[in-house]
Design a protein around this ligand. Sequence first.
Ligand code: PLP
Length: 400
Amino acid sequence: MTFLSQTLARVKPSPTMAMTAKAQELRAAGRDVIGLSAGEPDFDTPENIRKAAAAAIDSGKTRYTAVDGIPELKAAICKKFKRDNGLEYEPAQVTVNAGGKHTLYNAFMATLNPGDEVVIPAPYWVSYPDMVRLAGGEPVLVETRLEDAFKLTPEALEAAITEKTKWFIFNSPSNPTGAGYSAAELKALTDVLMRHPHVWVMTDDMYEHLAYDDFKFATPAEVEPALYDRTLTCNGVSKAYAMTGWRIGYAAGPKALIAAMRKVQSQSTSNPCSVSQYAALEALNGPQDYLAAHNEVFVRRRNLVVKMLSEIDGVTCPVPEGAFYVYPSIAGLIGKSTPKGTRIENDEAFATALLEEAEVAVVFGAAFGLSPNFRVSYATSDALLEEACRRIQTFCASLT
Ligand SMILES: Cc1ncc(COP(=O)(O)O)c(C=O)c1O
């Protein structure tokens, strides 16, 4: 009998951890590594939000709260869904959790039975498949193509659905590609779902506000109101408000599902941090002008990175609509070797050699389920991005 649970054996350790550990090791040894692997904005949490949190502490808002969120925050979330997405929810349809990751985890724990399938477009955010496995379900991975800008086609969605499908996970703008679906592109997918009434949609709208140029964000229950009763609309303050450490995510959906998620939360974590809930309340109800200010910076950085990476022979870098990632293909570099003799057999070998020989940390595509690619997070300063891209250019040019 093994001591560890059999469920855990179904879960892979995060492949990104090895790269992060390696980068830290090199830094500790005094090497000048530039990290482009972080999934968080480099901005500080805005001052009004920090002040609201300090005021919450000073006024004693430091005790247990209702399990899935204080009423004021639930009301603010209802207001946000109406304001930004045209969706009507009441507080009993809202859950507040310790980060967006926790929201999704509660939903899977509350709904998945052994054998239940969850359709996940690849490349995907690393946690989706393993969270599904932890909850006892089966991830069904559906690859997208660079030629389709990494967007799932209706045909591919249709082909992935079986009678065992419980959820379809939708994420736009996407981590890791930055791809954002227009309302029309999304409608083509929801049309497929309308033909399969047993399939529910979990939409991860975490990057809603990080949308550039003329891209207009859309969410499933908005483009297809008939899906409202089987959609869990997930969001959070982590990325838009530079609040990754505060750990507040939230979702809205049918009352019975929200109650089931509350049950999971009540027997695991209880309420999300009380102080963070007051901070999130200010984030949602306070001024929203820094969203546009942040996006101005992000779009400039995206353009810089796409331009410099596109100049490299063997690299193809689509221009994404949102988030703070690009996901270039390195198909043209596979099989080449570095000056030190390392063969670039796959994207993991590429990322490892890039780190060891050019001192730039990125995440390899296999971690996200679509190769040969790598993910660059451009949530760092323009100067560091420029230097990192220069190093990537020099490294790629040195391959023979
Ligand atoms: C697509 C996506 N969803 C959810 C999350 C989780 O966010 P949080 O930090 O609020 O748990 C992330 C974080 O990287 C993400 O990229």
